[in-house]
Design a protein around this ligand. Structure first.
Ligand code: ASP
Length: 345
C-alpha cells in the first residue's frame, strides 16, 4: 500500500443503491451502509483510503430537503482539508436538485464532489450500483498533470457519463443511463477508461480561493408551469401566497407565455410587490430568448427576468440560495442572470 493513497470520504444518504426488499411488503426500503459495503468486495481492490459517513437514517431521496443539503455541506466543510475528494451516495429521484443545491452552497469548491446512486439495489445480481460506485470513487481520486484534482466541482456520475451537477436532469425512471445534461456537454465519458472532457470541466476564475459555504436556503419559492388554458384565479392565487419571494416561471419554447392581459398584469403586480420571477423554458434543450417573440417580450415588460438555459432544478435551488443570502430582490434578479458556478451558458 502506498503512503500517497487517495483519501476519499463517502457520504451515504440513502437511495436505491443501498435499499433492500422488505420480505413482507416487497417494497424497497433504505438499508444501512455496512450492507452496502458487504456487497461490494471489489472496493478493497482500489488502493484508496476510504472513510464513510452515514446520516442517522438512510432516506429515499424523495424525502430530501434543504436541511439534508445543509448536513451534507457540513460534513464536506468539516472534512474538506483532510480528503482528496467526496462521493455522495444518493437516490436518483432528487439527485439533480441536490447536485444543483450543493454547487451553490459550496462556492469556490476546488475538490471533487461526485454524486452517484443506482437504479437497482447494490445487492441485486444485475445492479448498476457497483460500477457507479467504483467509477465515482475513481473520478473523486483522479488528478491532473499538476497533481491537482481533475474535477473541482459537484458532478453526477451515472452509467457512462459524468455530468455537471447543476446542468443535470433525471431523464429516465427505468433506464440505467438515467441522467442527461441537455445544454452542456459531458465532463467525462466512461468506457474502457475514464476520458475527461477537459475543456468542459469547471475551473474557478478565482485562483486558490478557500471554500465558502452557505447553509441558508430560502424555501419561499415556487415553480409555476404554464399550460394552454391556465386560469387567472390559479395564477393570482399562487402569486399571492403569503411569504412568497421567488417564482420560477416555466414557459413555452424560447420563453413565451400567453399574451393575455391578465397574465402580464398579475406578473407585474407580483414583481412590484418584490417577488422575483424568473423565466425558464419547459423545453429540455435550448434557452429563453426573451426578445424573440412578442409573447416573450411581454414578460420582460412585466419585470420577469430571463433564466437563459438554467435547468428547472438549478433555477429553483439558485433562487433559494440567492434569497438565502439576504440580498435585495433587485440583486437576486441580477444574479439569477449571472453564471455563478457553471450552471448557465
Ligand atoms: N426512490 C429512489 C430514491 O430516489 C430512487 C432511486 O434511488 O433510484 O431514493
Amino acid at each position: 500500500m502506498s503512503e500517497n493513497r487517495p483519501k476519499i470520504l463517502m457520504i451515504y444518504t440513502g437511495g436505491t443503491i443501498g435499499m433492500k426488499e422488505n420480505p413482507e411488503t416487497k417494497a424497497l426500503e433504505p438499508f444501512d451502509f455496512n450492507h452496502l459495503l458487504d456487497n461490494v468486495p471489489k472496493l478493497k481492490m482500489l488502493d484508496y483510503d476510504i472513510s464513510h459517513h452515514q446520516f442517522g437514517r438512510p432516506i429515499d431521496s424523495s424525502d430530501m430537503d434543504p436541511r439534508h443539503w445543509g448536513k451534507i455541506v457540513k460534513v464536506i466543510e468539516e472534512n474538506y482539508r483532510d480528503f482528496d475528494g467526496f462521493v455522495v451516495l444518493h437516490g436518483t429521484d432528487t439527485m439533480a436538485y441536490t447536485a444543483s443545491a450543493l454547487s451553490f452552497m459550496l462556492q469556490q469548491l476546488s475538490k471533487p464532489v461526485i454524486i452517484t446512486g443506482s437504479q437497482l439495489p447494490i445487492g441485486e445480481v444485475r445492479t448498476d450500483g457497483e460500477e457507479n460506485l467504483i467509477t465515482a470513487l475513481q473520478i473523486a481520486a483522479a488528478k491532473d498533470g499538476d497533481g491537482r484534482p481533475m474535477v473541482r466541482e459537484v458532478a453526477i456520475l451515472f452509467e457512462n457519463f459524468l455530468w455537471r451537477g447543476n446542468r443535470s436532469t433525471k431523464r429516465s425512471s427505468d433506464n440505467f443511463d438515467a441522467f442527461r445534461s441537455n445544454n452542456y456537454p459531458e465532463l467525462a465519458k466512461i468506457g474502457l477508461g475514464i476520458t475527461f472532457n477537459k475543456e468542459a470541466l469547471w475551473r474557478s476564475p478565482v485562483k486558490d480561493s478557500p471554500l465558502v459555504v452557505q447553509y441558508a436556503m430560502d424555501t419561499n419559492v415556487v415553480c409555476l408551469d404554464l399550460f394552454p388554458g391556465i386560469q387567472e384565479n390559479v395564477v393570482r392565487h399562487i402569486l399571492s401566497t403569503p411569504g412568497l419571494k421567488g417564482v420560477i416561471l416555466k414557459t413555452f419554447g424560447a420563453g413565451n407565455a400567453p399574451g393575455e392581459k391578465w397574465l402580464s398584469e398579475a406578473l407585474k403586480e407580483a414583481v412590484d410587490r418584490g417577488i422575483v420571477i424568473v423565466n425558464i423554458t419547459q423545453c429540455p434543450n435550448g434557452e429563453v430568448v426573451p426578445h424573440r417573440y412578442r409573447n416573450g417580450l411581454g414578460l420582460t415588460r412585466a419585470g420577469v427576468v430571463p433564466g437563459h438555459d438554467l435547468t428547472s432544478e438549478a433555477a429553483i435551488t439558485k433562487l433559494m440560495y440567492l434569497l438565502g443570502r439576504g440580498l435585495s430582490n433587485k440583486e437576486v434578479a441580477h444574479y439569477m442572470q449571472c453564471n455563478l458556478c457553471g450552471e448557465m451558458s
